[in-house]
Design a protein around this ligand. Structure first.
Ligand code: PLP
Length: 477
């Protein structure tokens, strides 16, 4: 009897500690980390929704649909991340099918009755499984290379829903796209128009074209991903565009059917989108006044996501603002979102290899590195880093770093976490420009990728092996 009492007391004690730990540790993502000292919690705690689901305690993470804690274990849909690490090891990219589907549908339904095409910017994440999922939902694609074209076709994308962007298309890439019968080439210069005309004439084809115009609008984003200023390499200068449209007739094998712009990536305000859109519309009016028929208006991608404190407009508000500007015009509207479709639908799962204390700082050396996720090193980008399993250990301030031989190899600075060797961490918002920008630096094979669908885990890309890395290399005889 005493034994039973002791066991019950023991159980109650641990339940209390567990509940207290969860209570203390969750805050809104507005706070620099989800893990903070209890004192700073009171104003932000409300953003974490706390619901009882069939007796188990669930914490939804604000801003990350399909990722939530069940009983102190971080799950993707119904799958705990520690299961994924046991089955597929780390580092590993993990995506949620439902988050991807929801993100696409938000854009698609926001356009309601207007003739439109959402063209996913493949560069954000070119995984065949993701492309195939979007293709099945009716999505189009924005490609920037012959390689991306091949991927989209292999994944079942409809060629008549493909637009081909990029400032330096090669003639072999143009040929492949013409052979595939894509919807449109987004052409960025008169020289490119000339080459496309020549390639099309050799193939006895007419190339459908949109001119990408540089509206000279400040996207107010990181300078490396701002593309719509006149000093950027992209597009035809706004002041020269009308002339090129009117002289387009001299290129017998192209047909100019569209007007296009893209001003940058990770935009968190509507104003620059609106400014660019209005400039495009004023140009459109002038072209129509000259009796040029423009069938579609492509407004590019660029809608930002929440990594940390950003508060970007929702897809619905973004589309509503564009539609309000476009008003009565009947052209088909194209957009090219990348990051906002996949960014918060994926995370990078990594494991702590070593804890290293120095007199100056505490380091958690994890098994993912800048070759897996280069955004922190390249843009000083912030990614939320969450514990996969909440424990009651004491919290310290850690530098989360990888094993690569560069001081720039970090995933996060000054993160308050309770860590020990072997712990799993989730680097959030890694679905866009994560795997797609990964490399083999330090001869590190690239990570595996999995997609969760309900309670199923699908391996969508095997972890690379070192043999694969060196398979195409030759030594001298
Ligand atoms: C032409 C073009 N379209 C679309 C995109 C996608 O941008 P985002 O991922 O920010 O939506 C990019 C990204 O740089 C781009 O260059």
């Amino acid at each position: 009897m005493i034994c039973i009492y002791v066991s019950i007391l023991h159980l109650l004690f641990w339940q209390l500690i567990h509940a207290y730990t969860i209570h203390c540790c969750f805050v809104d993502l507005d706070a620099r980390s989800l893990w903070v000292e209890r004192a700073s919690l009171s104003s932000t705690r409300s953003a974490i929704r706390d619901t009882e689901i069939s007796g188990g305690r669930t914490k939804e993470l604000s801003g990350f649909p399909s990722f939530e804690y069940h009983d102190a274990r971080l799950c993707v849909e119904s799958v705990p991340l520690d299961h994924i690490s046991r089955e597929f090891d780390t580092p590993c990219y993990v995506y949620s099918r439902s988050a991807l589907t929801t993100a696409y549908r938000e854009f698609d339904t926001a356009f309601a009755e207007r003739d439109h095409l959402v063209c996913y910017a493949v560069k954000a994440n070119p995984s065949l499984a993701i492309l195939n999922l979007f293709a099945k939902l009716g999505c189009g694609f924005d490609i920037v290379s012959g390689g991306e074209l091949q991927r989209v076709l292999k994944a079942g994308g409809d060629p008549q829903k493909i637009v081909f962007s990029g400032v330096g298309k090669r003639s072999d890439e143009m040929r492949a796209a013409l052979a595939a019968n894509i919807l449109c080439f987004n052409v960025e210069s008169e020289a490119e128009l000339g080459i496309l005309n020549q390639v099309a004439s050799e193939m006895d084809k007419i190339a459908p074209v949109s001119l990408r115009v540089n509206p000279d609008v400040n996207a107010r984003t990181h300078t490396y991903i701002s593309t719509g200023l006149k000093e950027n390499k992209f597009g035809i200068p706004f002041t020269e565009a009308e002339k090129l449209y009117t002289s387009g007739k001299k290129f017998a094998n192209v047909r100019i059917i569209g007007l296009d712009c893209h001003i940058g990536s990770q935009l968190t305000e509507l104003a620059p989108f609106s400014e660019a859109c209005r400039k495009m519309l004023s140009l459109l009016d002038r072209l129509e006044a000259r009796k040029l028929q423009i069938e579609h208006l492509d407004l590019g991608g660029g809608l930002g996501i929440r990594y940390f404190r950003e508060n970007p407009p929702s897809a619905q508000n973004y589309v509503a603002a564009l539609c309000a500007d476009i008003g009565h015009r009947t052209q088909r509207i194209l957009i090219e979102p990348g990051r906002s479709l996949v960014g918060n639908a994926g995370l990078l799962l990594t494991r702590v290899e070593y804890i290293k204390h120095t007199s100056h700082r505490d380091f958690a050396i994890v098994d993912a590195a800048m070759n897996d996720l280069i955004r922190p090193a390249l843009y000083d980008a912030y990614h939320e880093i969450l514990p996969v399993i909440i424990n009651g250990n004491s919290i310290k301030t850690y530098q989360i770093v990888g094993p690569v031989c560069e001081t720039g190899d970090f995933l996060g600075h000054d993160r308050k976490l309770a860590l020990a060797k072997g712990d799993l961490l989730a680097v959030m918002s890694a679905g866009a420009y994560g795997m797609s920008m990964s490399s083999n630096y330090n001869s590190r094979p690239r990570a595996a990728e999995v997609m969760v669908d309900g309670d199923h885990i699908h391996l969508i890309r095997e972890r690379e092996s070192v043999e694969q890395l060196i398979a195409h290399e030759r030594i001298l005889p």
